[in-house]
Design a protein around this ligand. Structure first.
Ligand SMILES: [Zn+2]
Ligand SMILES: [Zn+2]
Length: 350
């Protein structure tokens, strides 16, 4: 018996998202069936809907910041029970046997299965995401949402939150660490909140004046206009870590002098080419690094959710109805959101 689902899908790169009836798989013994309450709206959703990266499998139901309630569990599921509040992020399966999988770094498995527009190797079905009323996910890829977290604001933690939490942990940010966050969007605002909670001295690097008050409210200690040479010179050799969330083609060279010896700039927001070309001299002379980082594995994502519950951290969200998604995409392209849209899935049934 398959599960009938209703969602919003797009059928071509040019078309709007529209209501779409489809089937979820017949639950397996290790599956958790979830009624979706809220789903965050990520830039990756829009890029996939428009086939910006190529390879989108249409029709596609986007959405990988999913919060819901368990309605049923398979016979092999021990960690969850009906009624539990749970989350699903960007991954719904992986090979489970490779070196990254064995270390709980499923995001670096070469066979990971994305929450939407991926082929599930077990049954050949195309995965469909969280802009829908229900989803069926293997228990290993389901997260416990700790009590006390606001569920609407928790949805974006499953992509924007973990994407910034993981590099802060990997590069060992601790009290007094000097951290910069480049770009103040969905990722950037989480980066500031999380770095501040870890005790870092946090600087926002931004191209846009007028973000200072908001950045300080979110926890930034300093705001530097990255296009202002004098302001950038004033932070030369300062940062142990820069989290670069800028989601479009940009030039990294102005940031590199602001790294301290052994400092790292980590890219989390953009998968395309960089322009201008990276000048290697300052990297070599002062052992600086440019790195990348992708979301987090399941154990680290759970750790992040627990950390956010303990520290009262959620995303700043604007709630929308499902029918408003196309307008939300148009606004997201203009960066007109503070700082994440979240769909109230009750509006899908209404
Ligand atoms: Zn995302
Ligand atoms: Zn694997």
């Amino acid at each position: 018996m398959t599960i009938q689902a209703l969602g919003y899908a797009t059928h071509t790169p040019q078309s709007d998202l529209v209501p779409y009836h489809f089937e979820r798989r017949d639950p397996r013994p290790d599956d958790v069936t979830i009624e979706i309450l809220y789903c965050g709206v990520c830039h990756s959703d829009l890029h996939t809907a428009r086939n910006d990266w190529g390879g989108t499998l249409y029709p596609v139901v986007p959405g990988h910041e999913i919060i819901g309630k368990v309605t049923a569990v398979g016979s092999a599921v021990t960690r969850f029970a009906p009624g539990d509040t749970v989350g699903v992020g960007c991954l719904v399966d992986s090979c489970r046997n490779c070196e990254p999988c064995e270390h709980g770094h499923e995001q670096y498995c070469k066979s990971f299965v994305g929450t939407y527009s991926s082929v599930d190797p077990q049954d050949g079905r195309v995965t469909q995401g969280g802009y829908s009323d229900r989803i069926v996910v293997s228990d290993r890829f389901v997260l416990n949402i700790p009590k006390g977290l606001d569920l609407k604001g928790a949805a974006p933690l499953l992509c924007a939150g973990i994407t910034t939490y993981s590099p802060l942990r990997h590069w060992d940010v601790k009290p007094g660490s000097k951290v910069a966050v480049a770009g103040l969007g969905g990722l950037g605002h989480m980066g500031i909140k999380l770095a501040k909670a870890m005790g870092a001295e946090v600087t926002l690097l931004t191209r846009s004046p007028g973000k200072e008050a908001d950045a300080r409210r979110l926890g930034a200690d300093h705001v530097v206009l990255s296009g202002d040479a004098a302001q950038m010179a004033a932070v030369e050799d300062k940062f142990a870590l820069i989290i670069d969330t800028v989601p479009y083609v940009h030039d990294l060279n102005p940031y590199i002098p602001t790294l301290a010896v052994d400092g790292t700039l980590v890219l989390v927001g953009f998968l395309g080419p960089l322009e201008d070309a990276l000048v290697t001299v300052p990297l070599v002379l002062r052992r600086k690094a440019v790195a990348g980082s992708l979301i987090g594995g399941l154990p680290e994502t759970q750790e992040m959710l627990d950390y956010c519950a303990e520290h009262g951290i959620t995303a700043d969200v604007e709630m929308i109805t499902m029918a408003n998604i196309n307008n939300a995409y148009a606004r997201m392209l203009k960066s007109d959101v503070k700082y994440r849209f979240v769909i109230d899935m009750a509006s899908l049934k209404a």
